[in-house]
Design a protein around this ligand. Structure first.
Ligand SMILES: C[S@@+](CC[C@H](N)C(=O)[O-])C[C@H]1O[C@@H](n2cnc3c(N)ncnc32)[C@H](O)[C@@H]1O
Length: 303
């Protein structure tokens, strides 16, 4: 299953679908979304990072969260992802920035990049914080693999070190409402067709849709008193500017991101050895939740 996920994220079109997704579902150009997510976690997650602190960002994608965390705090960040393609893109962004040093979005911090499986990390106690940003804590295939990952991450943290897992919640309910960023609709024309689950960038003429496979709700033993976790199976089909379809491959995800899954996640974190576990919701007034709905949240915990 992990290999299938990796095919999906190794696909050269994946990051383009993430850009379109951000515009259509989250009402933000992706670089602004990265900024807001990092600001949110640093501010609300109380990571208390100082220059030189060591941070591990797991499932980092192209490393934007990692670079921003490093720039904001001076921490040394190791950005890790299973996708070689995304790690290569991350390194390319760094080299480009080193050549130009113009685009503030791409300013490099103290970040190094490694292709690593977040479910299979070594466990040398060394990090002041571990971050798992952008709805990435869901791809390890089984519930047991997620529990093992949390236990390993606990062992990687110095005493009192912090873990922050951040989700961008499903924002389909706000599709079409681009008031999240008042100027976005002037700059970019996007559309969402709920019947086809088709997201399009009308300016560029490309888009993608989700093709869902069987979903199942799993009663997790020994958590049956706490509810069920849904497993989602889906493909992304990217439609390029010429109308040609590219299937990115299948992904399986455990739906720990829903707010009502928090009791399960809390117990998983406790069993992994974490304490001071907090659900950090977005609050009314945050740019990502203009009507007060929780559309982004994080879980923080202490080793
Ligand atoms: C939704 S993307 C988010 C990426 C990045 N955090 C961001 O917000 O741009 C999920 C990421 O999880 C990564 N991933 C999936 N399975 C993984 C694994 N077993 N170990 C490490 N990364 C994994 C994918 O390669 C992909 O980069």
């Amino acid at each position: 299953m992990r290999a299938e996920s990796n095919d999906h994220y190794n696909n050269t079109w994946y990051q383009r679908t993430a850009e379109i997704e951000s515009l259509v579902l989250h009402g933000l150009p992706i670089k602004e979304r990265y900024e807001r997510e990092v600001n949110f976690v640093l501010k609300k997650g109380n990571l208390n990072l100082r220059p030189g602190d060591k941070v591990l960002d797991v499932a980092s994608g192209i490393g934007e969260h990692a670079r921003l965390i490093s720039r904001r705090t001076g921490a040394d960040v190791t950005a890790t992802d299973l996708s070689e393609n995304l790690i290569n893109q991350a390194k390319d962004i760094d080299s480009l920035q080193q050549q130009t040093r113009k685009d503030a979005y791409h300013i490099v911090g103290n970040v190094n990049y490694e292709v690593r499986d977040m479910g299979d990390l070594e466990t040398k106690k060394q990090y002041k914080a571990i971050t798992c940003m952008g709805t990435s804590f869901m791809y390890l295939g089984t519930h047991e693999a997620h529990c093992k990952a949390l236990s390993d991450w606990h062992k990687l943290l110095v005493p009192g070190g912090k873990l922050a897992i951040q989700w961008r919640n499903d924002m389909r309910s706000v599709a079409g409402d681009f008031k999240v960023d008042a100027n976005l609709s002037k700059r970019t024309k996007v559309s969402y067709n709920p019947g086809l689950d088709l997201l399009r960038d009308e300016d560029r003429g490309d888009g993608f849709y989700f093709k869902y496979g069987d979903q199942e709700s799993t009663q997790l033993q020994p958590y049956s008193d706490l509810g069920k976790i849904r497993k989602n199976v889906f493909n992304r089909i990217y439609i390029d500017e010429q109308g040609e379809e590219h299937d990115l491959g299948k992904v399986q995800a455990m739906d720990y991101m829903k707010k009502d899954a928090f009791p399960i996640l809390k117990r998983m974190l406790e069993e992994a050895g974490f304490k001071n576990i907090k659900l950090v919701p977005n609050e009314k007034g945050d740019p990502l939740s203009p009507d007060g709905n929780v559309r982004m949240f994080a879980v923080t915990a202490e080793a």
